[in-house]
Design a protein around this ligand. Structure first.
Ligand SMILES: [Zn+2]
Length: 117
């Protein structure tokens, strides 16, 4: 419904934002957790180099050195983008991740392991 008064319109938008704030935050959190579960399921939950299995230590490495997202922003991608991105990743622990970057090592992605391109 259109407002003649600009202040009333802004107040209505603000009220709507706060009315749905908690629900929207919960939905965002749920979506992020679903994406984290998906990535862990496809790419793996243990370090391919040393076998570290504590999830807090696991990071996702782009063997080609380029990716659409970092570990922190991976879960902000759309579902479609994540589905493409996971095929380029390998699971490593933080320490092995640093070692790989220092060594500039080439490694096997999900796509290569499953015989894809
Ligand atoms: Zn490791």
């Amino acid at each position: 419904m259109p407002y003649k008064d600009g202040n009333a319109a802004r107040a209505a938008v603000r009220a709507s934002y706060w009315k749905h704030h908690q629900k929207n935050l919960a939905q965002k959190r749920r979506s992020r957790h679903d994406k984290m579960d998906f990535v862990r399921e496809i790419v793996g939950r243990t370090c391919v180099d040393c076998g570290e299995a504590r999830l807090a230590a696991i990071q996702y490495h782009h063997p080609d050195g380029r990716g659409r997202a970092t570990n922190r922003t991976l879960y902000l991608l759309s579902w479609r983008a994540i589905q493409e991105e996971v095929m380029k990743l390998i699971a490593v622990c933080g320490t092995c991740h640093l070692i790989r970057h220092a060594a500039g090592q080439a490694t096997q992605t999900v796509a290569e392991r499953s015989g894809g391109s």
